[in-house]
Design a protein around this ligand. Sequence first.
Ligand code: MRU
Length: 329
Amino acid sequence: VRTIDWVDGGVEIIDQTALPARTVTRRLSTVNELVAAIQTLAVRGAPALGVAGALGVALAARQYREEALAGAVLRLETARPTAVNLARGVQRAAARLAAGPDAVLAEALAVRDEEIASSAAMAARGADLVTELCGPAPRLLTHCNTGGLATVVGGTALGVVAELHRRGALRGVVVSETRPLLQGARLTAWELGQLGIGYQLAVDGAGPFLMAQGMVDAVILGADRICANGDVINKVGTYAHALGAQRAGIPFLVVAPESTVDSATPSGADVKIEDRSPSEVLSFAGTLVAPAGAGAINPAFDITPHDLVTAIVTDRRTLRPDPAFSGKM
Ligand code: MRU
């Protein structure tokens, strides 16, 4: 099942806000509906956002003309700021606007198909690397959600986990719950269940301790943007896992398609990190979990410096950053 696709002249998504309780398919017929779906994380994950952005321009090309069209493209491009795939997908499809709606849709479908192919390539390359670094029966820790829900089908880091499972070369997976929106607990756990892969859920803060205890052999996760110097922007909590992995002396592996590599941005310091509503931190499942009037800060992503990264696996390359890595992406 594809998490996002173009069906009968509109965009269809699996609504990720309804998981794991219900698997709901939603049809989005207007740009405004798609922008709202992006902002509420009904569709999310860097590669899926790239596809959403491109398909959104295909919707816009059918819905608007001239200034209104330019405004719709801008709303899509800026719906969320951090994953480079979104703006990139929008720009790719928008570059075909002069050739008409069908040309825009063809470009958007090409973005979708490239992400599907990238997932397959990363799974194979990443599984080979994990086996090389960790041996035939590794216990992995992953953070956030990087499966088919975050791409179109397959996934990035979770695609590697699935491939290792298929090869009989996986001993266990720890899933970091990923506060505040629980992409690990709600989505990754659900996807692993669908795949028949056993896992243990852990609170985010347990990761570095489990690594120090020798209960995890490598950390494997995705990225929303990889900068020219190899700095990795990913779901908040990634940096703490990277520090834990370095201290424990275990590999810290990032799996992301080339569409997430942003060689025009020199380093993590140059990336806009999305600030989300304090209400996501102050409430849990609709119930306030802090004193009334409490303040909160809610960065959705963090920056992991490249020197903490053992390897970056893309659909085309396996890079092993070292201290002289700067500017190599
Ligand atoms: O806020 P989200 O859920 O869109 O954040 C997603 C992540 O941080 C993922 O780890 C990243 O996009 C990699 S997805 C293959």
